[in-house]
Design a protein. Structure first.
Length: 208
């Protein structure tokens, strides 16, 4: 295992966060199935990492109760209700926008279900490719704001200043002119409840 990853896992431990490492996507999926019981309910936030791993479809197929706000044909109100129910599920899955080598995790959210789930759900598993690991907290915030968020705005075609060129103009990104995506910022510095949060690092590039 890369020395940088070893240090990061140690830094997670110091912050009362359980760090796990899977060399490949397939091993990460296997690890998730080992952690999450087949009779557990699962909520999740929007994540290209989880989409790439096929985790949600896999859990649904094996019989888990998955609160899937992205089902076709849902109204906005129905999707919103499912997001709220997902925060109260047995397990909550998400992916950080960036991770500092010192162990902090940076998460942006537009509506708050993502930050609420990570901050308060009973059991949280954050899945991340090693491409999201950067040297410092300041660089993690910069990555989340200036790299991940513009790419998500382009993917979803949100009317933001960064939509066309990917350049963050945070001071200009206000309503009603723009549909801001990075409305809430969660910096996970430590966890008081041992075992509540697991971070599964994958030795591949995944998501934004």
């Amino acid at each position: 295992m890369d020395e940088r990853i070893v240090r990061l896992l140690e830094n997670f431990k110091r912050r009362n966060i359980e760090g796990l490492f899977a060399p490949s996507s397939s091993e990460a999926v296997e690890k998730l199935q080992e952690i999450i019981p087949q009779d557990a309910s699962v909520g999740f936030s929007g994540s290209q990492t989880l989409v790439g791993l096929g985790v949600v479809k896999l859990l649904e197929a094996r019989g888990n109760k998955v609160f899937n706000q992205n089902q076709p044909g849902l109204s906005r109100d129905e999707s919103w209700r499912i997001r709220k129910d997902g925060v109260r599920a047995d397990y909550y899955l998400a992916s950080p926008n960036a991770i500092a080598e010192s162990g902090e995790l940076v998460i942006f959210s537009a509506y708050g279900n993502r930050t609420a789930g990570i901050a308060f759900a009973d059991r949280v598993i954050l899945v991340s490719g090693i491409n999201k690991v950067v040297p410092s907290l300041s660089e993690a915030i910069q990555r989340a704001r200036e790299y991940a968020t513009p790419l998500n705005c382009k993917r979803l075609n949100w009317n933001t200043p960064c939509l066309k060129d990917g350049i963050c103009r945070e001071s200009l990104c206000v309503y009603p002119q723009y549909q801001r995506m990075c409305c809430q910022l969660l910096i996970l510095e430590a966890e008081p409840i041992l075992g509540r949060i697991k971070v599964l690092l994958v030795g591949e590039s995944l998501g934004f």
